[in-house]
Ligand binder design. Structure first.
Ligand SMILES: [Ca+2]
Ligand SMILES: [Ca+2]
Ligand SMILES: [Ca+2]
Ligand SMILES: [Ca+2]
Length: 474
């Protein structure tokens, strides 16, 4: 059987557009992919150093690479035996090979030290002191030490184990592998090639290696570390990490420990589209759920109205001195007669209040200072069509769409509402706000602020066609 490969990107694009509900609307240009984003494999970041703690590293709208990382830090320091299962990986056959030590080139046998081997016990090693000196490496405090009784140092002390050969069977195929290794280099550690070989169904499909070359065989050795990476374009179900002499390919025994074994998978990214046209015109309350999005906390902020007066407003309902905190599914049919390119007729999401509710195709644009949307499934990108007043008093306003993950901001985009004459007539403008976060997010915040001082303000804005690029099921 051939190794699985990821779908051709063109095929994924077709699937993407097919997942948009079949309506008569034409999505604006932002719903199609700029050519520059098609080169997905080359833009994907790989976990390295502390960044391997990230669960996700993602591309843009088509497919996303999701990383599953073994940190070893959730285990107690222990002997793990000559084979063990952990986090979807079966570790086995440590140093079950013959070879030659470096330096005096004495031979070693397969298996335990007592039988002339390098040691065949895996150790979950607290290597806390290592991380004091090399905080960029791995994840404190534990590493996987291919040592033996001889190398076991309880507590944060450590000795790097000897590694000639180590096999890892993956319970599920990986697409992309990263593992961090720490090792001795220079001094006597010369003429060694360390290789991470990936297999699928017994056939070698990918490999990466590095060489240990000493600048002075009689000099001091030192600790080095690096990340070994296998690409994500082919399936891998078995890994072999091994060390051989460059001169003749026989196994040899540098000192190496492992951390942060990260296994990649590809998830398709589906676009979900909320047109609001499937709902009746209605008050939707101060929070509501629709199409995998929870809308909440509309205008629950204080700020200043736009224009000369700069009257302050408070959070909440109009009768409480606020901008209004009711979401309205608004039939804005008349809007689409004048602006057929905008959104999708007949409904929009109007962040208004009772005051703004116009039954039937008539409408008034609601005031929007702040609006939160929580997503049922993580998204990598979001786009929304906004229609708003500009010119006249509506100048000097920044409207931002900010993405959050676990409460932390991860990406944002914004535009400015401008006016050519503060005393002149206002007019209706519209645009698509497009946010490509590149990392998953679970909340969106749409906010309007004065450019002059960052205070919340209240332009008139309605929303339509919220598009989310969301991770599909694994
Ligand atoms: Ca230790
Ligand atoms: Ca660790
Ligand atoms: Ca209406
Ligand atoms: Ca609509």
């Amino acid at each position: 059987m051939r190794p699985l490969t990821i779908p051709l990107l063109a095929g994924v694009l077709l699937a993407l557009s097919a997942s948009v509900p079949a309506t008569s609307l034409q999505l604006p240009g932002s719903a199609t992919l700029p050519a520059a984003e098609l080169d997905l494999l080359s833009v994907l970041p790989a976990p390295a150093g502390a960044a391997a703690d990230q669960l996700f590293n993602s591309g843009f709208e088509t497919v996303a690479q999701v990383w599953h990382t073994s940190h070893y830090d959730d285990l107690p320091e222990q002997f793990a035996g000559t084979s063990f299962d952990y986090n979807g990986v079966h570790y086995r056959d440590l140093n079950m090979v013959s070879g030659f030590w470096l330096g005096d080139q004495t031979p070693f046998n397969p298996g335990p030290i007592a039988e002339g081997g390098l040691g065949n016990q895996f150790i979950i090693e607290d290597a806390g002191l290592l991380f004091d000196d090399f905080p960029e490496f791995g994840s404190a405090p534990n590493v996987l030490n291919p040592g033996d009784l001889y190398f076991f140092n309880p507590g944060p002390n450590l000795s790097l184990g000897a590694l000639a050969s180590l096999w890892m069977d993956l319970h599920q195929p990986a697409y992309g592998v990263n593992v961090e290794v720490v090792y001795y280099e220079n001094g006597p550690w010369h003429g060694v090639e360390v290789t991470l070989q990936g297999y699928f169904e017994g056939e070698p499909v990918a490999a990466t290696s590095f060489q240990l070359l000493s600048d002075d065989l009689d000099g001091r050795d030192n600790i080095g570390f690096r990340t070994l990476s296998l690409p994500g374009d082919t399936a891998i179900d078995q890994l072999h990490l091994h060390s051989r002499r460059i001169s003749d390919g026989t196994y040899t025994a540098p000192r190496i420990m492992l951390d942060n074994l990260a296994l990649g998978r590809w998830l398709e990214v589906d676009t979900t589209l909320s047109t609001y046209d499937d709902l009746p015109e209605q008050f939707a309350g101060t929070s509501f759920q629709h199409n995998g999005v929870s809308y909440r906390d509309l205008n629950q902020v204080s700020g200043y109205w736009p224009g000369d007066g700069f009257d302050p407003f408070g959070p909440g309902a109009v009768e409480d001195g606020g901008l209004g905190n009711q979401f309205v599914i608004e039939d804005a049919g008349l809007l689409f007669e004048d602006f057929p390119e905008f959104g999708s007729a007949p409904n929009v999401l109007n962040p208004g209040d009772l005051y703004f509710f116009n039954p039937g195709p008539n409408f008034s644009l609601g005031a929007l200072a702040s609006l939160w949307m929580d997503l049922d499934a993580p998204a990598l990108g979001a786009a929304v069509d906004l229609v708003y007043y500009e010119n006249g008093p509506w100048g000097g306003i920044e409207v931002s769409l900010q993405a959050y993950r676990n409460g932390q901001p991860v990406a944002a985009t914004s535009f400015e509402i401008t006016s050519d004459d503060p005393d002149g007539r206002d007019s209706i403008g519209y645009r698509t706000v497009n946010l490509e976060a590149g990392v998953p997010f679970d909340s969106l915040h749409l906010a309007s602020r004065r450019l002059s001082d960052g205070a919340y303000t209240a332009p008139r804005i309605m929303l339509d066609n919220l598009r989310l690029q969301q991770l599909g099921s694994p």
